[in-house]
Structure formats: structure tokens, C-alpha cells
Design a protein around this ligand. Structure first.
Ligand code: GLC
Length: 412
């Protein structure tokens, strides 16, 4: 088995994070790629700074909301592809929040609020830059500009959880001088996680050896830990509530709480972190539907949280469509999908139908198997070398989407 470096283990333990896309593009409410996708708006784009007040971008509330949702870290877009920085670039250019109507260093507030509420702050930083001239004309000097930007972030905000880079996929044949960039981070922030989003077309790929976690942007995670170079890497899948990352007011394609919960659970199946995105409104406040959904996810996590943090895949297998098993210490957690709701036959479909979940590769022993939500003891039988768990339906009045049972050996 390959060793996990401590910072990578710590990152994996966080399990669930909140992604926040906020910047000048939020003002146009047409997604974070609006500068690129709507050339007719480019001329006026930088003057959006005069309206960027971020008045309701309340970092304390953001950290509190993350906490309520059960997220342990927040990744904030401190600079996105449009080149506008939410942090003080200290004269690197004037295209930053302190020079906007907001007149403040949002990164500073962000880190302070995270620290206050026990949330780990992560910095999203673009590598692709539509605004910065040198990105298009002199790639080498652009790399210097990028490194100077990152050096500021490494040295001005105290300890941070990590960097989330994004954009190398835009020029796959260029020399991004990654070694130098990452050396800088290791020097100033030795415990910081380094992520560089491999994008929609290279999910699960890691590129540079310093990368600590691979990404599965809007995909399905899979086993990714052992790719043969001897380094254990974490994984993270980012997902957004609708079809954009930045605010898009006419995007109604919101996923359901059910879908999001399944995404979270599918990530944990592979020890992957789940990074769930919101795109605040122009003034920085959070769209009600996103707030509400986050709160519902938090409600699920309050009941079943012990099964998603700090648990790991194990040898016990069941049919993929039934669910899966994770372990923690001597205990196991059985995640069961697609149960019915119990109740009177005139109101509940499938009432009384339980599901048989066959567990393979489990030692035949005396187990206590209990639903976490109500402590109900589940019956099981031993057939050949398998244990068949009789998973009972949801109690009338509930439907947890995914239900989790704790399996412990009975004390003799
Ligand atoms: C993509 C997009 C970007 C978004 C990111 C989030 O790479 O370019 O807009 O920030 O995905 O994962």
C-alpha cells in the first residue's frame, strides 16, 4: 500500500467542500465565461468594476452557511479567467477588488471568516487569463506575473488549506512552469494542497507530480489513488447546482437535493471529496434556492455524517446498484440505494418491500446492523459465504434517498 502524506490525508478527511464563483461576471448574470462567450460585452467589461460593490458578499454568512451544510472547506474564486482579482494585487495591476466600488480585500475577509468558523479556506486561482496582455503575447513573462500573484496569496493571508488552479487545459502544449509555481507554494505554505483542474476532458489525470488531488469536474469519480508513480493522491469531484458556475439568472436547470446527495455519496464511495458550487448574485448575496438546498444537504449530513467523514473503501462488496460499504476502525457503514417508503398501501408505493443486500468478502461473524437514523436493528442471514441484509423501507414520513446502516461486531 502506498503511504499517504499527512496533508493529503487531512484533505481527504474534509470530505465535502463549498465552491464559490464570484467576480465581475456575477454582475452580468450570464455565467462566469460571459467575457469569452459574448464578445459584444468585452469593451464595457472592465468598467463593471465601478458597480462591483460586493455589498452583500458577507464572508461570515458564507462560512456559517458552509458549516450548516456540513461542508468543511470553501474554495473561493480569487481570480477567474476574466483576470479580475478579489484580493489586493499590491500594484501588479489595478484590476482588483480594492480598486473597485467594493474597495476591500475580499480574500482577507474570506480567510478571517473561515478561521472564525472553523472552515478551511482554499484559493481558486485561474491560470488562463483573458485580461492580462502577456498571457496572449509573452507566455514567459505571464508566468512571472502568475507566480508573483501566487506569492502574494501565499504570504499575506496566513495559513491556507490549498490552491485550486484552473486553466492549464487552455494551452496544453505550452510550458506552464509548474515546477516553479509549486515550489513557491511548498516553500511558503508547506501544508497547502495543490490542485490543478484537469478539466472536462482529462478527468482523473494529474500531470505534474506535485499535484495532491486529481479532479473529476462534473463527472463520476473512480479509483484513482494508485497510478504507479508511488504517490497517493486524493480525488475531488466538483459539481454545480445548475449548468453554470457563476451566477446565471435565467438558468433554471437546478438539480434536486436527491441528485446532489447521490453525487456526494458516489464521491465517498471512492474516498473522493465532493465540492459543491454556488454562484452568488451580483450584490454577493446567495440565491435562496441555493441556500435552501445547502441547508437540506446539511440536514442529511446531521443524521448520517459519521458515515461520510473519515471513512474509507474496504474489501466488503455488494452489487453496485444496491449500494456499497465503507469502513472506519472496526466498524462498517452500509449505504443502501432505492428503498421504498413504508405506509398504508393506499398512500405509499412499494410499502412493506424490503431489499436484500448481499455482502461479499465479509467475515462470517455475529454482527449488529442498525440504521443510523432510527437505530432499527436489521435482520440478516448467512448464505454460503455471504451475508444477506434485510434492508427495511423508510419509515412513513421519511425518505433519506440513501440510507446508511452501521455494522459492528457484537461484543462477546
Ligand atoms: C471549468 C471552467 C470554469 C469553472 C471550473 C470549475 O474549468 O472553465 O469556469 O470555474 O470549470 O470547475
Amino acid at each position: 500500500m502506498i503511504m499517504k502524506e499527512q496533508r493529503i490525508e487531512n484533505f481527504e478527511k474534509l470530505g465535502f467542500g463549498l465552491f464559490v464563483h464570484y467576480g465581475l461576471y456575477s454582475l452580468l448574470e450570464k455565467g462566469e465565461w460571459v467575457y469569452d462567450q459574448k464578445p459584444e460585452l468585452r469593451k464595457e467589461y472592465s468598467s463593471l468594476m465601478n458597480d462591483f460593490s460586493a455589498e452583500k458578499f458577507d464572508t461570515d454568512r458564507l462560512a456559517q452557511l458552509a458549516k450548516k451544510a456540513g461542508a468543511k472547506y470553501i474554495v473561493l474564486t480569487l481570480r477567474h479567467h476574466d483576470g479580475f482579482s478579489l484580493y489586493d494585487t499590491k500594484g501588479l495591476n489595478c484590476f482588483d477588488a480594492p480598486h473597485s466600488k467594493a474597495k476591500r480585500d475580499i480574500a482577507k475577509d474570506f480567510v478571517e471568516s473561515c478561521n472564525k468558523y472553523g472552515i478551511v479556506p482554499f484559493f481558486y486561482h485561474t491560470t488562463l487569463d483573458w485580461y492580462e496582455e502577456s498571457f496572449h503575447t509573452d507566455f514567459k513573462s505571464y508566468q512571472k506575473y502568475l507566480r508573483k500573484s501566487i506569492e502574494l496569496l501565499c504570504t499575506n493571508y496566513g495559513k491556507i488549506g490549498g490552491f485550486w488552479f484552473d486553466g492549464n487545459w487552455s494551452k496544453p502544449d505550452e510550458d506552464w512552469e509548474e515546477d516553479e509555481l509549486y515550489r513557491l507554494i511548498r516553500q511558503y505554505q508547506p501544508d497547502a494542497i495543490i490542485i490543478n483542474n484537469s478539466g472536462l476532458h482529462q478527468r482523473g489525470k494529474h500531470g505534474n507530480e506535485e499535484i495532491d488531488s486529481v479532479t473529476f469536474e462534473r463527472g463520476r469519480p473512480e479509483f484513482h489513488q494508485n497510478i504507479g508513480d508511488g504517490k497517493y493522491r486524493a480525488g475531488e469531484m466538483c459539481q454545480t447546482f445548475n449548468s453554470h458556475w457563476g451566477c446565471a439568472s435565467t438558468d433554471f436547470s437546478y438539480k434536486s437535493v436527491q441528485t446532489i446527495l447521490r453525487d456526494l455519496i458516489e464521491c465517498r464511495r471512492f474516498s473522493c471529496n465532493f465540492l459543491l458550487n454556488i454562484g452568488p448574485l451580483p450584490d454577493g448575496s446567495i440565491r435562496l434556492i441555493e441556500q435552501g438546498m445547502l441547508e437540506e444537504i446539511g440536514n442529511w449530513i446531521r443524521i448520517f455524517g459519521e458515515s461520510i467523514y473519515d471513512t474509507a473503501p474496504c474489501q466488503i462488496k455488494c452489487f453496485e446498484e444496491d449500494g456499497f460499504v465503507l469502513s472506519k476502525g472496526d466498524d462498517y457503514y452500509l449505504f443502501v440505494f432505492d428503498l421504498w417508503v413504508n405506509g398504508d398501501g393506499n398512500v405509499s408505493i412499494g410499502s412493506g418491500t424490503y431489499k436484500e443486500v448481499r455482502l461479499q468478502n465479509i467475515s462470517i461473524d455475529d454482527y449488529s446492523i442498525k440504521w443510523i437514523d432510527n437505530g432499527e436493528q436489521l435482520k440478516y442471514s448467512v448464505i454460503d459465504n455471504e451475508i444477506v441484509v434485510h434492508a427495511t423501507p423508510f419509515e412513513y414520513g421519511s425518505n433519506y434517498v440513501v440510507r446508511v446502516a452501521k455494522i459492528s461486531k457484537k461484543e462477546i
